[in-house]
Design a protein around this ligand. Structure first.
Ligand SMILES: Nc1ncnc2c1ncn2[C@@H]1O[C@H](COP(=O)(O)OP(=O)(O)O)[C@@H](O)[C@H]1O
Ligand SMILES: [Mg+2]
Length: 330
């Protein structure tokens, strides 16, 4: 979806965000005027160059497609998924339940996330954030549409194959950290590796603990850690098997403003220091401010897409969409 492509791009932490660390509201910057919400999905968004950071070298792209004589026919066909999308959803529809009580939680959502991107999914409660994340993580099957991991359609895989692939490719972080209380920090982080029955990559685990500033706490039990530290352990655990993408559902939902900023700085550290791709659901504009891109969901649809928004811009965009009322199935 993003038209920029930033493979291997190293973005200076100092560029994000303008106010997240202080927990105060963002002061509008002179970066650009607030973009109006984009009413339809998959509208390419123009990235405004950040003059403070030297632009990374343009990544090698596929050659442009030859011109198609019949433009209308071309537009009707869905665009093929980009091969460089780490995770993508194509026209995702998810209906929870049946009959009169059925809820259309996703109503044709398309999203592509590139390697090394931190994408925030925002929206009011009930707008479909968790459902989208669960579908992208392969934890829930969409009613219609496809989920692709590195170009591979995983929607129709058997449960067994999907579980194995998910272990290799996807790390999930939930709002409740779900650490095992009797295990030390390091044992909690290594647990998925042991469950997967693969040899632990000690060097990688050490790097993860280092980047997340947890190395000195390795022997501590969860009860000896603060909420922010426990959430970072949950992130480290999601990274243990070196997934292509980390999907985090409201990872800062249980944290105060200070620890929220800490965790988001570390998530950015994962993106910039480890090359991880992160998709994070949040309803907090201060959290979304740390993202490269924000998808704003409304009633199960992408109502807007914002590039590097400030918290104010997120709030503005949220204010423009009304509180969602999920469509009841007929
Ligand atoms: N398992 C479920 N069964 C029935 N309805 C559900 C289920 N999960 C979510 N929903 C409904 O789908 C809509 C979207 O929910 P959700 O994805 O959790 O939104 P969000 O994470 O943005 O709050 C809501 O109306 C919610 O009540
Ligand atoms: Mg949710």
């Amino acid at each position: 979806m993003s038209s920029t492509g930033r493979h291997g791009a190293v973005r200076s932490r100092s560029t994000r965000p303008s106010s997240g660390e202080t927990g105060r509201h963002a002061v509008p910057t002179d970066r650009r005027p607030a973009a109006p919400p984009v009413p339809v999905q998959r509208v390419p968004v123009q990235r405004v160059p950040d003059h403070r950071v030297p632009a990374p070298p343009a990544p090698a792209r596929r050659p442009p497609a030859p011109p198609v004589p019949d433009g209308r026919a071309q537009r009707r066909r869905p665009a093929p998924p980009r091969v460089d999308a780490v995770v993508a959803g194509e026209d995702l529809v998810k209906v929870h339940g049946r009959g009169r009580g059925a809820v259309r939680a996703l109503d044709g959502v398309s999203v592509e996330v590139e390697r090394g991107e931190l994408v925030a999914v925002m929206g009011a409660s009930g707008s479909g954030k968790s459902t989208l994340l669960h579908c992208l993580a392969g934890l829930d099957r969409p009613t219609a549409g496809r989920v692709l991991w590195a170009g591979e359609d995983v929607t129709r895989l058997s449960e067994r194959r999907l579980t194995r692939l998910r272990r290799e490719r996807v790390g999930v972080v939930f709002q409740a950290y779900d650490l095992l209380p009797q295990l030390t920090l390091r044992q909690n982080v290594v647990l998925p590796v042991e469950i997967a029955g693969v040899r632990p990559d000690r060097e990688w685990l050490d790097t993860v603990l280092e980047v997340l500033d947890l190395a000195s706490l390795s022997g501590h039990l969860p009860r000896e850690l603060s909420g922010g530290q426990q959430q970072r352990v949950a992130v480290a655990r999601a990274l243990a098997l070196r997934p292509d993408v980390v999907l985090a559902d409201e990872p800062t939902g249980a944290l105060d403003a200070g620890t929220t900023a800490d965790l988001l700085r570390f998530l950015r550290g994962c993106v910039e220091g480890l090359g991880t791709t992160v998709v994070m659901a949040t309803h907090d504009p201060l959290a979304a401010e740390w993202a490269d891109r924000v998808l704003l969901l409304h009633g199960g649809r992408v109502a807007a897409e914002l590039e590097e928004p400030t918290a104010h811009e997120c709030l503005d965009a949220l204010a423009r969409v009304r509180r969602p009322v999920p469509a009841r199935e007929a």
